[in-house]
Design a protein around this ligand. Sequence first.
Ligand code: GUN
Ligand code: ZN
Length: 437
Amino acid sequence: LTTDTRVLRGPLLSFADDPGDGDTPAPGSVRHLEDGAVWIVDGHIHAVGDYAELAPHLPAGIETVDYSGKLMMPGFIDSHVHYSQLDIMASYGRQLLDWLNDYTFPEECRFADRAHADAVAEAFLDETLRVGTTTAQVFCTSHPGSVEAFFTAANRRGLRMLAGKVLMDRNGPDDLIDDTRGGLADSERLIADWHGKGRLGYSLTPRFAPTSTPEQLEATGAVLRNAPDIHLQTHLSENEGEIAWVSELFPDNRDYLGVYERYGLVGPRSTFAHGIHLDQGMRKRLADAGANIAFCPTSNLFLGSGLFDRQACQEVGMATSLASDVGGGTDLSGLATLKGAYQVGQLLGQPLTAWQGFYRLTLGNARALHLDSHIGQIREGGEADIVVLDPAATPLLARRTARCNTLAETLFAMMMLGDDRSVYATWAGGKRVHARD
Ligand code: GUN
Ligand code: ZN
């Protein structure tokens, strides 16, 4: 039996805890090594520390990958994204409900064709790895084959991914609508085939309240009750027109969140995308359930959905995660998501520090998704998912970061000016899965 082992050497940044919102991170929350070493053995981190301290313990002749001048961080995490919408990103000029009808639903109909789903799944994973995202919680389409395509591709690459089949048994085109019970039977079969296989996990995926009958939501809740380690992902309170529609469709419920509560869909492994238009009472109910809202800044801006109030969520202890929401989102890059989050924060008087931003992209998202026992930090025993950032990725970035005197300044410049070129290499499960040059 041979072991697959090597050392990645260079500057390293990882969060051990939430750094808080201040300009100075909370004590003990940041681990920064100027000349660090990550010793990887068979996909896991065997040891991490200063290179000089670790060097005497390394096996003779071990392969050493030199990342001096770069910055290693835990692989980025995207808590909400639609792989099937890759090819309709940047479709002009509509808010949510028209955008769904005009672009999204017709595009998703194409995923009835397994070969198409396979091709888009591969393209999507190429792109996510190119921007340093090693884990995502992914909407497939209502076709079971779209889930098989995605899990097959992710498993072959050894990635930690969550995904699920969209449940939608009304208010969509015939080619997307599933059968109330059949959709759940397909989901249960996919859970049996894929959940826990390799690094994969299943997320039950009712699209949103308007496209499921009460019967389908009820049946989804029943599956979730019997499988507490399964995730759930859906959308909540993204757009005013959507909210009005939900109150017409579900007149007996106290509010939009109440629909999901009634059917037992609000729990600690539930992610609700957007959650822009909520009152403090609803935020508190989410906090009490341990659920998280996925803040999707580029999507919220692109679809004109609104400004997400991070501070109001924090006041009641509600967990938030960060997400691209491609194809409503305009960029898969976690750096671009941070830029959008900063811009939204500026408009609300809640500027996002680089410390908080990079924490959110890594350990914060891992915690929100209950994946932090596996990923989110560069730590001994953790899985070896690592993004290697290049602070001098472009001539402009090289000029700008040469002026930075502190790590905080360099991180902020990367989050505002960086893009896919800032990602020098990506490692997942101890394997190099992307190299820029
Ligand atoms: N609400 C229901 N479906 C969708 C979707 O595909 N994208 C977004 N942004 N919101 C939704
Ligand atoms: Zn979405």
